[in-house]
Ligand binder design. Structure first.
Ligand SMILES: [Zn+2]
Length: 377
């Protein structure tokens, strides 16, 4: 009886402690989670817009907030997350709270449940990104003549009080050793509409990797890859690795919507052209809904050779913004769209919403997939 009473007392103490954000959550840490800020109804019936994680093995989605009594609204420490990065069991994230117009930079240790606020910034026009072990604070306006300095803050050194000033006011898309790769608009006397991939060691002169008209650059094995007018192109930036002179451009694959590299292979969405299936009518946008990429993910060698369908889903609509390199172990997490009930002028109708729907988990070893309708319809 005494033991039972003690147990009860402990339970009450644990419940009381759970109001404090330092409670240790019962969460296991392993390579099976895909993290995302999302609004969903969680298993405990609560519904909120928090940083959540999706278990790629069983499709369950749970909030990172360890407090069982929390309603995950504005008071929740995981509410309003707009940027984040995960390294093992440590998560850094930026929350923007619209009421006080402040960006909070926080760190959460999943193992210990310890949540720290590292910095608070009153909204001053900067944007933020977590990349390559740094928090980058930069101006996101599009004035090509502006020469605003950005700063970067080492996440391991936490130099928030003395951030490192950095030029240009951009964030790099790739890092290879000491070299950072940037997408720069209107650089080197080119028109302001052109975006070029450029690279620098941040102390040296800038060098141009001559890609244009793209915001989606990827570095892979001595080349910068990018899509120019639906053609996947690559340009050599390292002759020692590629064996071809730098700035040599070549086309890799036509009619590509999105791409990424994994397991030394190129994965991509291929526009089906004349074969595209019309799957409905979007009454909201008043246009045909097409399954442009046929629900297929293709795989090829990095030079585009030996291309074949890697995953053929059962008609899921994957649009190009939904194929990003969201890799968890040997699985890829891809978003698909769905039909959504809409209201206009008092009438209810179904419209296609590309950004909602669910998640496909594709096994990158054999191409098999599972579909999970995790978002509320
Ligand atoms: Zn919460």
């Amino acid at each position: 009886m005494m033991k039972k009473l003690l147990g009860l007392l402990f339970s009450v103490l644990i419940l009381l402690c759970s109001c404090n954000s330092n409670v240790v959550p019962q969460i296991d840490i392993s390579e099976k989670y895909y993290y995302m800020p999302t609004t969903v109804t969680f298993d405990n019936g609560s519904r909120g817009d928090t940083l959540a994680r999706f278990n790629v093995e069983n499709g369950r989605i749970t909030t990172l907030c360890p407090d069982p009594l929390c309603d995950h609204s504005t008071e929740c420490p995981f509410f309003g997350v707009v940027n984040y990065t995960v390294d093992g069991d440590i998560i850094w994230f930026q929350r923007y709270m619209i009421d006080d117009n402040i960006d909070y930079i926080c760190q959460y240790d999943i193992a210990s449940g310890k949540l720290r606020t590292l910095a608070k910034y009153e909204d001053d026009g900067y944007s933020y990104a977590f990349k390559f072990g740094y928090l980058w604070k930069y101006f996101s306006h599009n004035d090509p003549t502006a020469n605003d300095l950005s700063v970067r803050i080492s996440l391991s050194e936490e130099n928030f009080d003395d951030p490192e000033k950095i030029d240009p006011s951009k964030i790099p898309f790739a890092q290879v050793g000491d070299i950072y790769y940037y997408a720069v608009r209107g650089a080197y006397n080119s028109p302001a509409t052109e975006v070029r991939a450029m690279y620098t060691d941040l102390t040296d002169d800038w060098r141009v990797a001559d890609g244009v008209f793209s915001m989606n650059f990827t570095y892979y094995n001595g080349y910068v890859y990018y899509i120019e007018k639906e053609t996947l192109m690559r340009v050599s930036v390292d002759e020692e690795i590629t064996g071809v002179p730098v700035n040599t451009k070549e086309s890799v694959k036509a009619d590509v919507g999105a791409f990424f590299f994994s397991n030394d292979m190129l994965f991509y969405l291929q526009n089906e052209g004349a074969e595209v299936e019309v799957i409905g009518w979007d009454e909201y946008l008043e246009e045909e809904v097409k399954n442009t990429y046929g629900g297929k993910i293709w795989r090829a060698n990095p030079d585009g050779s030996k291309a074949k369908v890697f995953t053929e889903t059962d008609g899921y609509v994957i649009s190009k913004s939904m194929l990003s390199n969201a890799q968890v172990g040997s699985r890829l997490v891809v978003r698909y769209g769905c039909w959504k009930e809409k209201q206009r002028d008092g009438a209810t109708f179904k419209a296609w919403r590309a950004a909602e729907g669910g998640l496909l988990v594709v096994n990158l070893d054999d191409g098999t997939y599972e579909a999970y309708s995790v978002f509320d319809e």
